[in-house]
Write a protein that binds this ligand. Structure first.
Ligand code: IPM
Ligand code: MG
Length: 368
């Protein structure tokens, strides 16, 4: 048996249903450790509200450095009503934004695939969504999420003024567009770039830079520009027209939730946040389900762990160079769905309801 070097994985379960769904990922990693020649070193720590409760900050320096040293970070979810009133800088979400920004994870890949077994779980007509396989590439470290100046400031007439700044540099646009084009080359060779170039200068720059990169380096990929509001509409009208969508941080946040619902449930969608490759070909990365902490169902054992498990599968593929294992894990998920096992969010007539951990166990049994 070939022993592979120990691969460091950091689990950050976070808040709400985060710990429940990440527990299933941990089970799967342990299964790989026990059964295969793979050898993962798992570390686990607090992030978000859970970290705030213990340390009065949403992420400690120690955890941040652990993330820096890991080959892949797998995060559950952060936030919840308990921490809503906190000062902005202490909110659980700040941990997520700090990790994204400081690890320089500028490209967020959010695939929306409608599994054939779940066509009926979507609120759209089956013919609209069946066979759907699109990929949203969201810019993740720029735009209005991070632009300066920002804040709530007094204005002259005694009012208060809330300020956020939307800005992008050419290089920020080009590096994320390149990721989108490279991914499209391996798929159906079509990129749709979304902006609001009709009202925003930053959107106009976005459009020009994406087009000029295509003209220079990606002649084989078809590029279409679309206004973001139109894209929101087209996603409902005819989502299968898309292959890869590339867009900024804020539009990507919104359009990816919309795309998620095409597939039936937010509980199914994984995401990968990737940085640039270093000179040895390694890249920084973080993987998280697209869904949030869902405090309303936390602690009940009914959350769907599939989004987190598929996020781990993306880690196998993009960070750990284990594409075969990633494919096997995806097939195991499919096969459990074929058997008619469903968590509550995707339950339909004729299928059997299982808990979070039963779903994890069933997926492991398919890996055997
Ligand atoms: C997401 C989430 C986050 C975001 C929140 C939790 C800060 O909605 O990952 O889509 O807005 O980016
Ligand atoms: Mg979001």
């Amino acid at each position: 048996m070939i022993k592979v070097k120990k691969r460091k994985i950091l689990l950050l379960p976070g808040d709400g249903i985060g710990p429940e769904v990440i527990a299933e990922v941990r089970k799967i990693i342990k299964w790989y450790n026990s059964k295969k020649s793979l050898d993962f070193e798992i570390d686990e720590d607090l992030v978000g509200g859970a970290a705030y409760d213990k340390h009065k900050k949403p992420i400690t320096d120690e955890v941040f450095y652990k993330a820096l040293e890991s080959e892949a970070v797998i995060l559950g979810a952060v936030g919840g009503p308990k921490w809503d009133k906190l000062d902005f800088s202490k909110k659980p979400e700040r941990a997520l934004l700090k990790l994204r920004k400081e690890l320089k994870l500028f490209a967020n890949l959010r695939p929306a695939i409608c599994f054939k077994q779940l066509v009926d779980a979507s609120s759209l007509k089956p013919e609209i969504v069946s066979g759907l396989d699109i990929l949203i590439v969201r810019e993740l470290t720029g735009g209005i999420y991070f632009g300066e100046p920002r804040g709530i400031k007094p204005s002259e007439n005694g009012e208060r003024k809330g300020i956020n700044t939307h800005s992008y540099t050419s290089s920020e646009i080009i590096r994320v567009a390149r990721v989108a084009f490279e991914l499209a080359e391996k798929r159906n060779k079509k990129v749709t770039s979304c902006d609001k170039s009709n009202v925003m200068e930053a959107g106009l720059l976005w459009r020009e830079e994406v087009q000029s990169l295509k003209d220079k380096e990606f002649k084989n990929v078809k590029l279409e520009h679309m206004l973001a509001d139109n894209c929101a509409m087209q996603l409902l009208k005819n989502p299968k027209q898309f292959d890869v969508i590339v867009t900024d941080n804020l539009f990507g946040d919104i359009l990816s939730d919309e795309a998620a619902m095409l597939t039936g449930s937010l509980g199914l969608l994984p995401s990968a946040s990737l940085g640039a490759k270093d000179k040895n070909g390694n890249l920084r990365s973080m993987y998280e389900p697209v869904h949030g902490s869902a405090p309303d169902i936390a602690g009940k054992g009914i959350a769907n762990p599939i989004a987190s498990i598929l996020s781990f599968s993306m880690a196998l593929k993009y960070s750990l160079n284990l594409e075969k294992e990633a494919n096997n894990l995806n097939l195991a998920v499919q096969s459990v769905l074929d058997d008619g096992l469903r968590t509550k969010d995707i339950l339909s007539k004729g299928t059997k309801e299982v808990s979070t951990s039963q779903m994890g166990d069933a997926i492991i049994s398919k890996l055997q």
